[in-house]
Ligand binder design. Structure first.
Ligand SMILES: [Ca+2]
Ligand SMILES: [Ca+2]
Length: 181
């Protein structure tokens, strides 16, 4: 546990060195920010909502309820919360993954199987305890199934197919970092 905590802290430290790209596209709201090396534009919603409410808030902003595709996007989420909200490592947020359609079959809000995205479960999860169909992410870097009617903060992500002009500080899919040369 100690080494995991330490690695999260180190990754947050490294991420804090990232430049936030000012976005120019007209397709997303100005309050979404990009991180060099990541695909999307992100916005933190700190006010706790139910999973369905959170999904709707993002849809209303022409975005989707954020889910991490890999470890580096987990780190990006931690970075955004730390930057704006001093989020403790114990924080959980809702992410855009559920097994609402078919019990036990988790998929993203845009239809990807869990196997295609970040899927590091907390120990003994998912357990569907009392019928849990929505997924939350811990800033310790694990996910858990939880009631969709619980209330948590969340992030929205605007996905942009254009990856030009994005630096590659975070190039490795496993979330490790290339050293500058
Ligand atoms: Ca379930
Ligand atoms: Ca659970």
């Amino acid at each position: 546990m100690f080494s995991k905590s330490l690695s999260v802290l180190l990754l947050v430290y490294f991420l804090s060195d990232f430049s936030i790209a000012q976005r120019n596209e007209t397709s997303l709201r100005k309050d979404y920010v990009r991180v060099n090396g990541l695909q999307g534009s992100y916005k933190v919603h700190a006010t706790p909502k139910t999973w369905h409410e959170a999904k709707q808030v993002c849809a209303d902003e022409d975005a989707i309820l954020f889910y991490p595709r890999n470890r580096k996007e987990v780190n990006a989420a931690i970075y955004f919360w730390e930057r704006d909200h001093s989020a403790p490592p114990s924080l959980w947020i809702f992410v855009g993954i559920s097994d609402i359609r078919t019990e036990g079959v988790f998929e993203t809000v845009d239809g990807k199987p869990l196997s295609a995205v970040f899927g590091d479960w907390s120990p003994h999860q998912p357990d569907n305890w009392g019928n849990e169909d929505c997924v939350q992410l811990s800033f310790m870097g694990v996910i858990n199934d939880i009631s969709c009617d619980a209330h948590f903060g969340f992030m929205c992500e605007g996905r942009n197919s254009s990856r030009e002009n994005q630096a590659s500080n975070l190039d490795n899919e496993d979330g490790t970092y290339k050293t500058s040369t």
